[in-house]
Design a protein. Structure first.
Length: 377
C-alpha cells in the first residue's frame, strides 16, 4: 500500500498548458518556430482566409434560402490548416463536418465544394447528402457522416489495414470535444494503442458540443491527458496558433509513419459562430465570452507573424481579399446555373454493375415519369 501511487487530478496539470509558438505581438518562439518556406506560409494563410470568406458567404446563402444548411469553422481555421499542412498528400483524412479547409488545402476546386452545398449535377455525392457532408476520394478525404464520432474507429481501422499491407500512409482523424464523450472515441483509442496504429487523433476542442460546454463533457483537466490511459502520447496545443498546431502534428505524423503508433492532439480553440445554421448560440453563452475569443482570431495572429517576417503588407491583404471574394462570387454564380443531378442517377453506385432487378426498377420509374409528364401536359 505504501508503494502504491494514487494518480490524482493534479498530475494532469502538465497536460493543461498548451504548446504555443506564435506570440501575441506576431513574433515566434525561436526554439519552436519550424522555419517554413515563405511560399508554404503564404499558402497556409491564403487557405485560412479562403476558408473564412467561403464560410461567411455560405452561411449567408443559407439565410437567403439558397442552400438548406451550413456549418462554419470561424475561429478554428488554424487548427484545421495547421494540421493538414503537416501531412503528405498521400495521407488520408477522416473529417467531421467542420473541416472545409481540408479540401481547400488539398486543391479540390472551390466549385466542387460549393456544388455539394447545392446537391447539383456536379456534386460528387449526387445530391444524396446534406450540405457540408462532402466526399473527396480524389483528395484522399473520406466522406463525412452526421453521427458524432463514428469516423474515429473507421479511421483507426483504415490505418490498421494500411499497416498490415505495408502502405506507409498516416491517417488523421478530426473530431470535436463532444465526440470524446462517445464510446466510439474510447474504443478507437484503445484499439489504436494496442495495435500501434499509424493514426493521429485530432480533437478540435472548441469548448462546446452545440449548447453543452466542455466541463459537461469531461472532468479531466484536458482532453490530451486521456491518451495516457490508452498507452500513447497526448499533447494540448494552442489551437489558434497555426505554427504550434503544425509543429505538434508534424511530430505526431513522423512518429506514426516510423512505426511509433498513435498520438492524441487536442487543439484548444473556440467556436466563434453558431454550431450550425439551425442553432442560436446567444441562448447558452454570453456575448462577452465570444468577444474575448474573437480578439484571439487565429488569422489575425498569423498575419502579424507574416508581417513581422516581412512577407505580408496591407496592400497584399487587400488584393488577397479581392481575389478570394471574386473567386467565391464567380463560383456561386456559375454553380447556381448547374442543373440537379439526372433522376436516373438515383440508381447508380449501389452496385459496381447494376443487377437486373435494379435495371428493371430504373426502367419502370423512368416510364412512370414519362407517363406522368404526358398527363400533366
Ligand atoms: C451520435 C450523435 N449524437 C448526437 C448528435 C447531434 N449532434 C450533432 S453535432 C453535435 C455536437 C458535437 O460537438 P463536438 O463533437 O464538440 O463538435 P463541434 O460541433 O463542436 O465541432 C451533436 C450533439 C449526432 N449527430 N450524433
Amino acid at each position: 500500500m505504501d508503494d502504491a501511487i494514487f494518480i490524482s487530478p493534479e498530475v494532469q496539470e502538465a497536460a493543461e498548458v498548451p504548446l504555443t509558438v506564435l506570440r501575441e505581438d506576431g513574433r515566434s518562439d525561436p526554439d519552436l518556430d519550424p522555419d517554413l518556406p515563405k511560399e508554404f506560409l503564404l499558402r497556409m494563410y491564403r487557405t485560412m482566409v479562403l476558408n473564412r470568406e467561403l464560410d461567411d458567404r455560405l452561411f449567408k446563402l443559407q439565410r437567403q434560402g439558397r442552400i438548406g444548411f451550413y456549418l462554419t469553422c470561424t475561429g478554428e481555421e488554424a487548427a484545421v490548416i495547421g494540421s493538414v499542412a503537416a501531412l503528405n498528400d498521400e495521407d488520408w483524412l477522416f473529417p467531421s463536418y467542420r473541416e472545409t479547409g481540408l479540401p481547400l488545402w488539398r486543391g479540390v476546386p472551390v466549385r466542387k465544394f460549393v456544388a455539394q452545398q447545392y446537391g447539383n449535377a456536379e456534386d460528387n455525392v449526387k445530391g444524396r447528402q446534406m450540405p457540408v457532408h462532402t466526399s473527396f476520394r480524389e483528395a484522399r478525404i473520406m466522406s463525412i457522416s452526421s453521427p458524432v464520432g463514428t469516423q474515429i474507429p473507421q479511421a483507426v481501422g483504415f490505418a490498421w489495414a494500411a499497416k498490415i499491407v505495408g502502405d506507409p500512409i498516416v491517417v488523421l482523424v478530426y473530431f470535436g470535444d463532444g465526440a470524446t464523450s462517445e464510446g466510439d472515441f474510447h474504443t478507437a483509442c484503445n484499439f489504436a494503442g494496442v495495435f500501434k496504429v499509424p493514426v493521429v487523433l485530432f480533437c478540435r476542442n472548441n469548448q462546446y458540443a452545440i449548447s453543452v460546454p466542455l466541463k459537461r463533457q469531461t472532468a479531466a483537466r484536458s482532453i490530451a491527458v486521456k491518451a495516457v490511459a490508452y498507452g500513447f502520447e497526448g499533447v494540448r496545443v494552442d489551437g489558434n496558433d497555426v505554427l504550434a498546431v503544425y509543429v505538434a502534428t508534424k511530430r505526431a505524423v513522423e512518429k506514426a509513419r516510423s512505426g511509433g503508433g498513435p498520438t492524441l492532439i487536442e487543439a484548444l480553440t473556440y467556436r466563434i459562430g453558431a454550431h450550425s445554421t439551425s442553432d442560436d448560440p446567444r441562448r447558452y453563452r454570453s456575448e462577452e465570452e465570444v468577444q474575448q475569443w474573437y480578439a484571439k482570431d487565429p488569422i489575425e495572429r498569423f498575419r502579424r507573424y507574416l508581417e513581422w517576417r516581412g512577407y505580408w503588407s496591407e496592400l497584399q491583404q487587400e488584393s488577397l481579399l479581392e481575389e478570394v471574394r471574386d473567386l467565391i462570387n464567380r463560383t456561386i454564380e456559375e454553380v447556381e446555373k448547374v442543373p440537379p443531378p439526372p433522376v436516373e442517377s438515383l440508381f447508380d453506385d449501389v452496385y459496381a454493375r447494376m443487377p437486373r432487378h435494379l435495371q428493371e426498377q430504373k426502367e419502370a420509374y423512368l416510364a412512370y415519369l414519362k407517363e406522368a409528364d404526358r398527363w400533366r401536359s
